[in-house]
Design a protein around this ligand. Structure first.
Ligand SMILES: [Mg+2]
Length: 449
């Protein structure tokens, strides 16, 4: 039931973020069809397109040459991820001023908890004015157009944003069911197509259809998810915003080399260096891995791959790189084509639970102490103060490979939060307390019906 205690969650999302960033960086592009494309020679795919470009049928995932064919006078921009991150940071710093609780979920998207605003801030203004002022400020100060949706849960707020784009839409308490009635369940982010088909088999294509089904049936078919979906479809899903920090399930890297590499030793050096970077990232997140895989793509796009599963979770660079080198040599043994791309994946991750020891009794402990010391040195001094042999060799090999860094512009939530709330001090020290309080609130309100 909509009550005074209804949660008010705002979802904010940059419009065609990467393309908007390019326009913010070069205002002369304003008004023109703009898309951002990957690939080394403009032969990649479109990763973002602005509204003007979309009018020509250009969409994410399309080949860049096809985009050019559809819109010859449009502008193809190469991605500038470092700039996007910086713009994203500025945007989130503004958002932060509008609510005590901000949960970033990607480079250009986040949730703000506006739950108690009606009692404080909104006495002198309306939610719409408040949110539009926020959008206006991001546009004025950062040059990025953002859309937003305000509703009783994060899930619903996201749907409101999608419906509003470009613009702002508020779903007032009590109007949830009506808003959802005609909308397809497909719009729910993260809904598996298997579930969508199962719902279709029950005759439920829209949320309105779902709302009419008996809740017991949904519970029977889909368990707790079905029950939640039924509540959601009936406008009774009232969910507080949690500062949820999930451990990652995997970490991967996908690198297309600056040029096709005929020298396999150089390719191996690059592979080990990337692995070292990933291992360092896992270490920072206090995780270790049990499985890894390596895929090498050649210049003719054929691939070879191999993997390894450790008996125990591993966190030592030396052990992980040792296994990788074996895989590399095995899969590349009878190959001869130049290497185009190297993909690495670590998964089956477990929490890392080592006590810092300086000397250690076992080999594993001593290695851990060494790795920890190296990591700390790199953190305290400049980056790369301490390098592994592979990294050093790499640095001498090719200037272009220097300082391998994250290729993916999407910062994990954990890191994003760290960036927003502090530096190296534990920025989530307050988290347990907030979570406990919210869990209590959530218990009181979530399933009240
Ligand atoms: Mg976006």
């Amino acid at each position: 039931m909509p009550t005074d205690s209804s949660n008010r969650i705002l979802h904010v999302d940059g419009d065609s973020f990467f393309a908007s960033c390019e326009i913010a960086l070069d205002p002369q592009l304003a008004g023109r069809p703009v898309w951002v494309g990957g690939g080394r020679n403009g032969d990649g795919i479109v990763i973002a397109a602005n509204r003007a470009a979309k009018k020509f049928g250009i969409e994410t995932g399309m080949a860049c040459f096809e985009a050019k064919r559809r819109c010859p006078h449009g502008v193809l921009c190469r991605p500038h991820y470092d700039d996007y991150r910086e713009i994203s940071g500025k945007m989130f710093r503004i958002l932060e001023e509008y609510s005590p609780t901000l949960v970033p979920i990607s480079i250009d998207e986040g949730f703000l908890d506006l739950t108690t605003m009606d009692r404080h801030v909104w006495r002198n203004t309306t939610p719409a004015d408040y949110v539009n002022a926020l959008r206006e400020r991001v546009w004025r100060e950062v040059g990025i157009p953002v859309s937003a949706g305000l509703a009783s849960s994060a899930r619903l707020a996201k749907l409101a944003t999608d419906a509003a784009k470009p613009g702002f839409l508020e779903i007032p308490a009590g109007a949830e069911k009506e808003f959802l009635a005609q909308r397809s369940v497909r719009e729910l982010s993260g809904i598996a197509s298997r579930r969508e088909r199962s719902l279709g088999a029950l005759g439920a294509k829209t949320f309105g259809d779902v709302a009419k089904l008996p809740s017991t049936l949904l519970r029977q078919r889909f368990g707790i998810w079905g029950q939640q979906l039924w509540l959601f479809a009936n406008g009774r899903w009232n969910e507080p915003l949690l500062l949820e920090v999930k451990d990652r399930a995997s970490i991967s890297s996908n690198t297309t080399l600056p040029r096709d590499e005929p020298d396999y030793e150089a390719a191996l050096t690059f592979t080990l260096s990337e692995a070292t970077r990933l291992t360092g990232q896992l270490r920072r997140e206090q995780l270790q891995l049990r499985e890894l895989a390596l895929t090498i793509r050649f210049n003719d796009f054929s691939e070879v791959s191999g993997g390894h599963r450790f008996h125990e979770p591993q966190f030592q660079n030396s052990v992980i790189n040792g296994a990788l080198e074996k895989i590399f040599r095995a899969i590349m043994d009878s190959q001869f084509k130049p290497v185009r791309q190297i993909r690495l994946g670590f998964w089956n991750l477990a929490r890392l639970d080592t006590h810092p020891t300086l000397w250690g009794k076992t080999d594993a402990e001593r290695w851990a102490a060494l790795d920890d010391a190296a990591l700390k040195l790199n953190k305290d001094f400049q980056k790369d103060a301490v390098m592994t042999g592979a990294q050093l060799a790499l640095r001498q090999l090719d200037d272009g490979h220097r300082n391998p860094k994250a290729k993916c512009p999407f910062v994990p939530q954990r890191e994003m939060i760290r960036k927003l709330w502090g530096t190296d001090a534990d920025p989530l020290a307050h988290k347990g307390e907030v979570e406990k309080r919210l869990a209590k609130v959530s218990k009181q309100h979530q399933f009240r019906h």
